[in-house]
Design a protein around this ligand. Structure first.
Ligand SMILES: [Zn+2]
Length: 342
């Protein structure tokens, strides 16, 4: 019987840090916040994936009660009503969960705790373990989502802050590439088609997602490839000093580039990792071990995201102009296709 795993033993995820990792505060501290930073990043990727699967993921930063995308809130009055009707705590809880998006079902929201207690253990410069202690039964579908999110981050993505930073021209500094090593194989047996059916009814709000929020369908990835700083500037239509190249673009073109460039407090939408070497700490005794054991993870990668299919085509054509067309054609993976391989 696997419908709801009652497994209460902690699950261990090994987090191997393959580059520098920034999970600090804006004021520059980068020690205590590591766990929150990592969890925040996992959540961000999962939100995008859920939207890419045509499910609903709320915007946890949106607190406007009139907004369609506002963060979820566990409705305790529905819970009480259902409990009075059925007399079953479990049934009432499951009913109330239906109005909570899948991401909040895992990470929690107002009135609902996280499905797990996340405990960070055993740490050295280049790795630590995350223990997930389930606080309530976790459905196979939610395990599937967590499993695939961690896989996507390891293989294609990045976590933490500073991942757009390339401080010096052509700098080879990488931030945020981690490998999540875990085995959830006995926790779910769901297929993509099961998840697509399930996700439609979760979280309510008719699965409306804002086109301004990251949607995995419109992510693009080029593993084993990167762009240098000057190429990224060209991609964003910026000069060498980072100033906008002044040309008369149509309004929607200008809007497209504004979106790609980001703003204060809002990230650029292109992320490049040269991945030449493992830069945890030149003097770390673990460095050599990492090179030996984790060489299967390709650090070099380029990825980004846009808001719709039309913009994906634009990105492909800009990239083709910047570098050899064949490379882009052969190597680029669009989120909508990647989903089908999950
Ligand atoms: Zn939510």
């Amino acid at each position: 019987m696997m419908e709801n795993t009652e497994e209460k033993n902690p699950l261990t995820i090994r987090v191997n840090i393959l580059t520098k990792l920034w999970t600090g505060d804006i004021d520059g501290k980068n020690s205590e916040r590591r766990l929150t930073g990592i969890i925040g990043s996992i959540r961000w990727w999962m939100e995008a994936l859920v939207r890419g699967l045509d499910g609903f993921a709320c915007d946890p930063t949106d607190t406007d009660s009139k907004s369609l995308y506002r963060k979820c809130e566990f409705d305790s009055s529905t819970f009480k009503k259902k409990f009075n009707e059925t007399g079953s705590y479990r049934k009432a809880f499951e009913e109330s969960l239906k109005s909570i998006c899948p991401v909040c079902q895992i990470f929690g929201c107002g009135g609902l705790s996280s499905a797990f207690r996340w405990v960070k253990k055993e740490e050295d410069n280049s790795s630590f373990t995350l223990e997930l202690i389930p606080l309530r039964p976790v459905s196979q579908e939610l395990w599937w989502l967590l499993d695939k999110t961690l896989h996507i981050i390891t293989t294609y993505g990045a976590v933490g802050g500073k991942i757009t930073q390339k401080p010096y021209p052509n700098s080879d500094i990488n931030y945020g590439i981690v490998e999540f090593a875990y085995n959830f194989s006995n926790l779910h047996q769901k297929k993509l088609s099961d998840i697509k059916t399930w996700i439609k009814d979760i979280g309510g709000r008719q699965a409306v997602n804002s086109s301004d929020l990251p949607n995995f369908k419109y992510f693009w990835f080029i593993p084993g490839f990167h762009l240098k700083k000057d190429e990224i500037n060209k991609f964003l239509r910026l000069d060498d000093n980072g100033n906008k190249i002044n040309t008369n673009l149509e309004d929607d073109e200008e809007d497209f580039y504004e979106f790609l460039r980001g703003n204060i407090g809002e990230s650029k939408k292109i992320f490049s990792f040269p991945g030449k070497s493992i830069e945890i700490d030149e003097y770390s005794p673990w460095k050599k071990l990492h090179e030996l054991f984790y060489s299967t993870i390709e650090i070099e990668r380029l990825w980004g995201y846009v808001r719709d299919e039309k913009d994906v085509n634009k990105v492909e054509s800009i990239l083709s102009r910047l570098t050899r067309k064949e490379i882009i054609k052969e190597k680029i993976i669009i989120g909508v296709d990647l989903i089908e391989q999950l």
